[in-house]
Ligand binder design. Sequence first.
Ligand code: SAH
Ligand code: SF4
Length: 411
Amino acid sequence: MRTEIQIRNETIMGLTLDITETRDKAAQRASAPAVASLAGLGRGEMRAALATLGVPERQLNMRLAQVWKWVYGRGARSFDEMTDVGKALRQVLAARWALARPEIITTQTSVDGTRKWLLRVAPASVAEPPGEVECVYIPEADRGTLCISSQIGCTLNCTFCHTGTQRLVRNLTAAEIVGQILVARDALGEWPGAERPAGETLPDAERTITNIVLMGMGEPLYNFDNVRDAVAIAADHEGLSLSKRRITLSTSGVVPEIVRWGAEAGTMLAISLHATRDELRDELVPINRKYPISALLDACRTYPGLSNAKRITFEYVMLKGVNDSLDDAKALVRLLAGIPAKINLIPFNPWPGAPYECSDWETIERFAEVINRAGYASPVRTPRGRDIMAACGQLKSASQRLGARARQAAP
Ligand code: SAH
Ligand code: SF4
């Protein structure tokens, strides 16, 4: 039953703030952050938020531009920092909104400088515990790549992937996806005027985060709208300003959504191929039973804007005795002929209970040589952050989706 416990209209210097609290809203808030966060909202939502606070229509675009710049261009953590926004509006904003990010539960740093953050996000329902999600930063000499998650868990079960052993808990919201970038920028001192952390391995580049890869937990194309909205925020020139050329979405091969992604988002694309025959791919990447290799490659061929400068990355995990023969290498080269492609050989990253082993280094080198001879440059991806279980396919959080009975029983 919805029982209103408080209805109050507050007027602060000409702006009307409507605070209407109901019991069920209050109950939601008991386990969600106390106030919703403006950091993570898209332009449309932020504009609507300002309108709800009473900003007149004629001022909306200007106010939106100001607040947007503070949130995404400068990383403001407090409304007080927004010095070009009138004090009255700042007060109203602060009364209704927070500038929160997902909360860092742990930070782990690998011997190679890779960092992994375990982040806490809101629970899937009031009865469940908060969700946990991982996000990884990989510094190299001239670039810094942030690997972000799109889901808590995954509905697919690729047999070599640790995340695949975790049932889907829920999709992340666009704000939670963008929130991972904000957390990383906070921690890496990536805002104007902020200091970079001392003693950390960081790239020798103007920006510490130069690239974003949607290669963390989850299948991003099964959370299409939220991932698309998050990418729009990340790529916005007035804010985080990450060029779509530097954002790569990796998919296991959700063919119809690849076509849609090309039309609606158009970032760089990576395909988790891992096998050249349907029989083997059906086993390793079970979504192949629905969308076989030929359909997948057709979708790749028609991906918009492909050229030598904009190629699709094909990921191929090296599994000992499974897909690592020289015949496999030759078949891979034949299969990709005619598609502007990069090939990324990923040494299998082990996880507890994994049913595979990584191919021997010699085998990987010989496989890579075939690929090299066919004209593909530096195809082997150096494993990063293995010691902290931060490498490709090692991410998994403790979050579980409770069964219906457990949800009912929860206090
Ligand atoms: N769901 C998406 C993106 C997340 S997985 C996808 O499947 O593409 C990111 C990459 O890591 C994929 O290429 C995936 O196949 C690869 N991967 C998964 N488990 C791995 C493991 N144990 N070792 C190496 N790479 C792995
Ligand atoms: Fe999901 Fe990607 Fe792992 Fe497959 S490889 S289980 S799609 S996260």
